[in-house]
Design a protein around this ligand. Structure first.
Ligand code: PGA
Length: 256
C-alpha cells in the first residue's frame, strides 16, 4: 500500500496584514520549517503572498493561495490569475471553498474551470467539497460530495490527478467549533477515495491526499489523522496562531 505524506494546510482566510503575516510565518519557519515528515502549506491572503513567499525561502514550507480566476489575464476587476501566482512561487491553490461557493456564488462548473487552469499552470489544486447542515440532516451528504467532486474534477487526466488534493470540509463544522466525529469524517473520506478509484483507477486514488477541514484543532487532530483515509487537514482558525498550527503539524507527523 502506498503511504501518503500527511499534508497540513493553513487557510488564513481574510486575516492578517502583511506585517502580521510575516510575524506568523517567521514563527512557523523557526518551528517547522526544516522538518520533512509532513507537507506544510500556508495560504495567506493575496496581499501577503509575496511577503510570505520570501519568508519561507529555503524552508520546507510551501505557499498556497486561497482562490484564483480561471483566465490568465484580462478585464476581471479584483481577480488574480494562475500565472500571477506562479510568478510569486505559489505551489498550491484552494479552490471551491464553501465560503466562495456560498458567499460569492461559485458554481461547480466555475470551480472546475479553475481546477483545470491550476493544473495547466503546475499549481496543485486543493479542491474543497462538503455538505451543509441541512443537506446532512436530509441524508444528502454523499450525494452532494459526489456531485461536487465529479463536477470539480471533470476533464482532469489520470496523469495529473495525483497532483490534486481534496479537502472534505463539512460546511456545518467550519468555524463553528463543531467537528465531525472521526466516524463521520472517515466515512466520507473513504467514499471520496472510492469515487477517485472509479474516476482514475485504484493506484491513482491511493496517491491522492484527502484532507479534513472543519474546526480541526490540536485536541481533536490525533484521532482524525489516525483514520485510514484522512491524509491531513485544511485548517482555518487554528492556523492563525503559530502554537496551535505547529501542534497540528506535530500531530500529523506522529500519525504518519
Ligand atoms: P476552521 O476552517 O478550521 O476555522 O473551521 C476550516 C476551513 O474553512 O476549511
Amino acid at each position: 500500500m502506498i503511504s501518503r505524506k500527511k499534508l497540513i494546510a493553513g487557510n488564513w482566510k481574510m486575516n492578517k496584514t502583511s506585517a502580521d503575516a510575516l510575524t506568523l510565518v517567521a514563527d512557523l519557519v523557526a518551528s517547522v520549517g526544516r522538518q520533512t515528515d509532513v507537507e506544510v502549506v500556508v495560504c495567506p491572503p493575496f496581499t501577503s503572498i509575496e511577503t510570505v513567499g520570501k519568508a519561507i525561502e529555503g524552508s520546507t514550507l510551501k505557499l498556497g493561495a486561497q482562490n484564483m480566476h480561471p483566465e490568465a489575464n484580462g478585464a476581471y476587476t479584483g481577480e488574480v490569475s494562475a500565472p500571477m501566482l506562479r510568478a510569486l512561487f505559489t505551489t498550491h491553490v484552494i479552490l471551491g471553498h464553501s465560503e466562495r461557493r456560498a458567499l460569492f456564488g461559485e458554481t461547480d462548473a466555475f470551480v472546475n474551470k479553475k481546477v483545470l487552469t491550476a493544473l495547466k499552470n503546475q499549481l496543485k489544486p486543493v479542491l474543497c467539497v462538503g455538505e451543509s447542515l441541512g443537506e446532512r440532516e436530509l441524508g444528502l451528504t454523499l450525494k452532494i460530495v459526489q456531485t461536487q467532486l465529479e463536477a470539480g474534477l471533470d476533464g482532469v487526466s489520470k496523469d495529473l490527478a495525483p497532483s490534486v488534493v481534496i479537502a472534505y470540509d463539512p460546511v456545518w463544522a467550519i468555524g463553528t467549533g463543531k467537528v465531525a466525529t472521526t466516524e463521520q469524517a472517515q466515512e466520507v473520506h473513504a467514499f471520496i477515495r472510492s469515487l477517485l478509484t472509479k474516476l482514475f483507477t485504484e493506484p491513482v486514488a491511493q496517491k491522492v491526499r484527502i484532507l479534513y477541514g472543519g474546526s480541526m484543532k490540536p485536541a481533536n487532530a490525533p484521532e482524525l489523522l489516525a483514520q485510514k483515509d484522512i491524509d491531513g487537514g485544511l485548517i482555518g482558525g487554528a492556523a492563525l496562531e503559530a502554537r496551535s498550527f505547529v501542534e497540528l503539524v506535530t500531530a500529523a507527523a506522529a500519525a504518519k
